[in-house]
Ligand binder design. Sequence first.
Ligand code: NAD
Length: 335
Amino acid sequence: MRWKIAIVNSATFGAYTGVLERLSKVGEVVRINVPREISGEKLASRLAGFQFVVASTNPRYDEKFFRANTDVVLLARNGIGLDNIDVKAATECGVVVTRVPGEVEREAVAELAIALMLDAARSVSAAYNAVREGRWHERGRFIGLELKGRTVGIIGLGNIGRRVAEILSKGFGARVLAYDPYISEDAAASIGVKLTDLETLLRESDIVTLHAPLTEETRHIINVKTIALMKNGSILVNTARGGLVDTNALVEALKAGKLRYAALDVVEGDYVMPGNPLLQFENIVVTPHIGAYTYESFGGIDECVAEAIEAVAKGEKPKYVVNPEVYEGRVRRLE
Ligand code: NAD
């Protein structure tokens, strides 16, 4: 029997590699687009008859989805973040969930964070917009700051945060602080980073860059109160998840001139359109969640997802399972 594989809301999976042909040996591959806000029940019926799902950052795979859909045996996230997947519900329903290992996207996201940091530090986008609009003579307004000797605060010193720290300290000679309640001072010190509490990091950093996952603990970690602790004229970079930042608080801070610049690859609600309050400012740069968008990273993602699907199709346990406990219960099998 040939299985069915749904690639949901991802235009990039398989677009730059031969992975679709490889997967066609496992089953029929279908690209499916659904509204971002689709309900779990509707999503469940849209994916009826599919055994494998390649899951992007949206829509949400909630408990209702897992309870209502009885066909999917593997949900393979073609990325790192799992915040749109109710992993507990997947486990309870016997669905295996995989993701790609951190190293596949590490370099891509870390380098974009540095690109955004430099854009913000030197007002690259704002200056370019001035040139496009015939305001070359305004160049005197674009006085920047150098990363060398500046203090950069990293919130979340994991896979990506560590690489950002390394580039900043070894490449630019910046002083790097980090806030991460789940790692030890020694682990941070071993890569030249000083671990601090959140308040110290916010008070001392010229640039704050976010690399923590979105959890109940980190949601709106950047809010009215924490922005007030940040240095006047500092920079906020977010390549993690939009929900880490309270957008209203950020808009107010930009309005008040508290922050020099905000540089965001991710925004609350997943995307912004013209007319969004964030886009009224000159001192902001927003990229459309392209952190992992490099040829190298896509190659690694496609490989990992294909391996996971092939393994499950052969009745084997795939690598990078995020809910290994599913195998202790009634894991769904292909039948
Ligand atoms: P990771 O799990 O290796 O690192 C996250 C770190 O955050 C860990 O060290 C963890 O201890 C820390 N952390 C957890 N809770 C925290 C808290 N309350 N305060 C401070 N730190 C906390 O993950 P990673 O691979 O480095 O990825 C980081 C995040 O980047 C992901 O969760 C994902 O949301 C995001 N991401 C974005 C893109 C993009 O396209 N922009 C691509 C990949 C990943």
